[in-house]
Design a protein around this ligand. Structure first.
Ligand code: HEC
Ligand code: HEC
Length: 152
């Protein structure tokens, strides 16, 4: 028999699971560490980044993230890697094997999968997969700032 105490325990568990962040981050929309280095927390992700509507958005600013956008790597070899959308507006990641990724052109896809922004042709390479480590608020290592959903 499922008693009152069991129901109470169950409810407590649900509150603990969903209540651990103040953010509404259980979707491809909402706030979830936008602009931060995904792989710093997700060691199972091989690529991760955020698309913003503003070149100088601050970390976790979901209102400056580009909802339903994602990132694509157009590889020198002719194949492509398209990232999975989510947790949080503008965020994207994959766990796919990247051991053979060499030079690539980084592209931004809008909600209709149109390319709306791009890096220079084949300017990125296989050790540049933690996108937000260079695409910071003001840009590091010559990056212009955030990855944006428009051409600069
Ligand atoms: C400061 C640590 C931290 C950073 C940075 C971070 N996350 Fe998370 N992420 C978490 C935690 C903790 C959870 C699980 C709890 C939750 O649901 O919020 C999570 C859950 C997720 C999930 C649900 C599936 C899973 O693997 O757990 C996805 C997808 C995700 N994050 C994507 C991202 C992306 C994309 C980025 C980079 C833009 C990112 N996260 C940055 C801490 C982080
Ligand atoms: C080591 C630093 C570095 C990393 C990591 C990096 N980039 Fe870049 N990115 C740059 C630089 C420098 C430029 C400007 C020159 C160019 O276009 O290649 C740039 C430009 C871009 C642009 C065009 C300008 C803009 O900001 O929108 C896009 C889009 C882009 N990168 C996407 C990505 C994606 C996606 C990733 C992760 C897969 C990534 N970058 C990882 C350095 C980096």
């Amino acid at each position: 028999m499922i008693g009152y105490k069991h129901i109470l325990l169950g409810l407590t568990a649900i509150v603990l699971i969903t209540g651990c962040g103040e953010d509404d981050d259980d979707d491809i929309l909402g706030t979830h560490n936008q602009g931060r280095d995904c792989q710093a927390c997700h060691s199972n992700f091989t690529i991760g980044g955020t698309v913003f509507t503003k070149i100088d958005a601050v970390n976790s600013d979901a209102t400056s993230a580009a909802p339903n956008h994602t990132l694509k790597l157009a590889l020198e070899a002719g194949t492509e890697i398209t990232l999975i959308k989510g947790y949080g507006s503008g965020n994207a990641y994959t766990t796919t094997n990247t051991s053979t990724v060499g030079a690539f052109t980084a592209q931004v896809l809008d909600a209709n999968n149109n390319v709306v922004n791009s890096s220079n042709t084949l300017s990125h390479d296989g050790d540049m997969l933690r996108c937000n480590t260079c695409h910071t608020q003001n840009g590091l290592n010559s990056a212009p700032g955030r990855i944006t959903n428009f051409r600069l």
